[in-house]
Design a protein around this ligand. Structure first.
Ligand code: C5P
Length: 243
């Protein structure tokens, strides 16, 4: 294997220097963490599935005009991406109450929300990614007001698109996390969708049975996590049909 210069290693991915300036290679690991890395494990084959699932969704989003960092998939575990300056904000979009929203506000898990909620979390492992308001983002200069308008618009477009994509395969898109990055064109920066979209950062429930088909299987020790990720890939038409 060609040795590449490692730029960054995260919990689920590694970034390597890309073949051209302004590009990176994003490598998907099987490692899984939860609760700010207090729980660690591996989900066999997860990296391969997330690479394919994320490619599928990012490619589709690009066709509807959402700019993303994705260039092309290189192999089973790697994709070529544009280098961005990550905006230090995790954007969570919620359609149904679950997870930290249910816990924080006492809303029963599974309650359909009357309107979609967008939340922002400050991306800082040492602080445990705290929930923040627009006021904090403006006060500490994490993103400009124009950037936040673009981010909110893109988050809504991604949500509308993904709700349809998953509904068509019998899956309820409960919530998910997005990350954005800046690309520079001279003095002008614009924000594009970055990171990945996969069952690691989405809650995906079977519409008929409410079975969880996402990383909550790992977080909650439900077992069958690899099978759940495979089921998502299979329903998206990304695995060869059996028989
Ligand atoms: O835990 P919480 O309910 O806030 O998570 C909301 C959504 O964001 C879930 O789909 C979860 O997978 C995702 N998330 C994530 N990475 C984080 C926090 C949340 O992918 N650091």
């Amino acid at each position: 294997m060609v040795r590449r210069r490692q730029i960054y290693e995260g919990k689920a991915k590694i970034l390597y220097e890309g073949p051209e300036p302004g590009t990176l290679i994003q490598y998907f690991k099987d490692d899984a963490t939860a609760f700010n890395a207090q729980k660690r494990g591996t989900i066999s084959g997860k990296g391969v599935l997330n690479n394919r699932i994320s490619e599928h969704i990012f490619t589709a989003l690009q066709t509807i005009g959402v700019p993303t960092h994705f260039i092309r998939r290189l192999n089973m575990r790697e994709q070529l991406i544009r280098q961005v300056e990550i905006v230090p904000i995790e954007v969570v979009v919620r359609n149904v109450a679950a997870g930290s929203l249910s816990k924080r506000l006492g809303i029963e898990e599974g309650t359909q929300l009357p309107r979609t909620i967008i939340e922002y979390y400050y991306k800082d492992d040492a602080l445990g990614d705290p929930l923040i308001a627009d006021e904090h983002i403006a006060c500490f200069g994490w993103a400009s007001q124009d950037e936040m308008n673009d981010i909110a618009d893109m988050a809504i477009r991604v949500n509308d698109f993904m709700c349809g994509l998953f509904a068509a395969i019998g899956i309820r898109l409960v919530d998910f996390k997005l990350e954005f990055g800046r690309v520079w064109d001279g003095d002008y920066a614009r924000v594009i969708l970055a990171d990945e979209i996969s069952p690691d950062g989405c809650r995906l429930w079977d519409m008929k049975t409410s079975e969880k088909l996402d990383k909550d299987r790992f977080r909650l020790d439900l077992g069958g996590e690899a099978e759940a990720y495979q089921e998502i890939a299979r329903r998206l038409g990304l695995l060869p049909e059996e028989g």
